[in-house]
Design a protein around this ligand. Structure first.
Ligand code: EPZ
Length: 443
């Protein structure tokens, strides 16, 4: 295990290039299972979760070669149908191989992805959708695997009771090689889904996204290989935008996608942060004066993304006034707040009054922990001091790292494998902007 030693406070000033989107890269790798032909993927970030997904593909029988940000996948032997337990336990998205494997081998065994650090995160919506397409699903508690088989995946109507980003993608990946037409109702609108749709279309898939959250897929016999470049990571851009402001600096971001993060840029501008639109894909984010507090509530796209709420909390920690963050997508995504409290911030947890929580929250209400707050109230501004912290999830990790950069004194952060899962070479990129971060063994 490793830790970061961070000396603060430092301003972050300079240029950064946004890496490829983790939440597209993982699914694009899964989509390579849809064909036996070679697939080349470009702009793939060098992050832990991608390495794990490459291990999953290799364990299933694919040959995977990675050179810099290009991954080439070929196939020269029959595919296995079982995802190794340890890989399934470490990478929740590995369960998404179920669609392509069912289509190609008519059977698949995936470990129950189960809970993770931000909630129960079951895949009941995925499973119900697959059953609607002719899959039979049996959970074997003795080995922790879902055993899924089908005579032939057939097109059908899949209606999600609540939004699910990877659930929508799981059904997409299953439907493109099934017989007949599949219609997904209440499909997720996250733009990363559209990037996956673009890749499958490039492979010969027939997919149409229409109004009112509907996606139609016409199943085809086979799909061919492709050479596909994935989109930049919206979450990275949001993280660096906030890094610039909370550190009192200025960061020019290339591969910027302002139109895809409007739900963030609107409150970001409103609270007093600086934005300079240099050109279509270059944006300078900077501190231009005191920040004002503002309440936000997370929601599935096109709302304020849940992945942005942790970095946003750090912005509100530096803001003048009191602000509330209400998390409605996951049932326990405030562990980082407990860590920020160690640095001298005024944050309190509370339970907002919600009339119909069963429908208001995107997670399954029966999964919620009555003691876990769904909201925090921040009173600022706060001057942070150093602390010894532990990262709990990927986006929280980035937030805690930024907090130690702007805090007075030397901080230590454990659990940094969390941040390596989703941010490429994070400390070298931040040090190039002026941060003082050392990576050491945490023995
Ligand atoms: C995806 O997670 C992303 N992960 C998340 O990013 C992101 O925060 C989330 O979508 C929201 O946009 C990937 O794409 C790999 P959901 P996902 O299915 O698909 C519950 C990051 O840091 N639910 O939209 O798992 C679920 O527990 C990660 O990059 C069920 O109960 O999110 C959650 O509370 C974090 N049953 C809520 O719904 C299901 O079958 C939203 O889940 C499916 C979901």
């Amino acid at each position: 295990m490793e830790k970061f030693i961070v000396e603060g406070p430092t301003k972050l000033v300079g240029n950064v290039s946004i890496a490829g989107a983790k939440n597209v890269a993982l699914k694009a790798l899964v989509a390579s299972l849809l064909t036996r032909e070679p697939v080349t993927l470009r702009n793939i970030p060098a992050i832990g979760d991608v390495a794990l997904m490459i291990d999953v593909l290799t364990s299933l029988g694919k040959n995977v070669r990675r050179e810099d940000h290009v991954v080439t996948i070929t196939e020269d032997k029959p595919l296995s149908s079982t995802v190794p337990l340890d890989l399934g336990a470490r990478l929740r998205a590995s369960s998404m191989v179920v669609g392509p494997l069912l289509a190609r081998t008519k059977q698949v065994k995936i470990p129950n992805p189960g809970g993770c650090r931000i909630g129960a995160r079951p895949i009941d919506r995925h499973i119900e959708g697959l059953k609607n397409m002719g899959a039979s699903v049996v959970y074997h508690p003795e080995d922790g695997y879902f055993w899924i088989t089908t005579e032939q995946l057939r097109g059908g109507d899949v209606t999600f009771p609540k939004n699910t980003h990877t659930g929508t993608e799981t059904i997409l990946l299953a439907a493109c090689l099934s017989t007949g037409k599949t219609t997904i109702h209440n499909a997720a609108l996250e733009v990363e889904v559209d990037d996956l749709i673009n890749m499958i279309r490039l492979m010969g898939g027939s997919i149409t996204r229409s109004e009112n959250r509907t996606i139609e897929i016409e199943g085809v016999e086979t799909l061919h290989g492709c050479d596909f470049t994935i989109m930049p990571d919206r979450n990275e851009e949001v993280t660096f935008a906030i890094a610039a402001v909370v550190s009192g600096g200025s960061i020019t971001v290339s591969h910027s996608q302002r139109s895809l993060i409007e739900a963030f840029l609107t409150p970001f501008r409103r609270v007093g942060c600086g934005i300079e639109e240099i050109d279509e894909t270059t944006t300078r984010y900077f501190w231009k004066g005191p920040i004002h507090a503002m309440d936000i509530e997370t929601a599935p796209h096109p709302g304020f993304m849940t992945d942005w709420q942790a970095p946003w909390a750090l912005l509100m920690v530096t803001a003048e006034g009191t602000s509330v963050i209400h998390e409605t997508v996951f049932e326990s995504r405030f562990h980082y707040a407990t860590e920020l409290m160690k640095m001298g911030t005024h944050i309190e947890f509370f339970h907002p009054v919600v009339t119909q929580p069963e429908t208001y929250y995107n997670f399954n209400w029966e999964d919620h922990d009555p003691d876990a707050a769904q909201a925090i109230r921040i009173t600022g501004p706060n001057v942070l001091h150093n602390a010894v912290l532990t990262m709990n999830d990927l986006r929280a990790g980035a937030t805690l790292l930024l907090a130690t950069i702007i805090a007075r004194g030397e901080s230590t952060i454990f659990g940094i494998d969390q941040i390596d899962r989703g941010y490429e070479h994070i400390e070298s990129r931040l040090c190039a902007l002026g941060a003082k971060i050392r990576r050491e063994d945490a023995d």
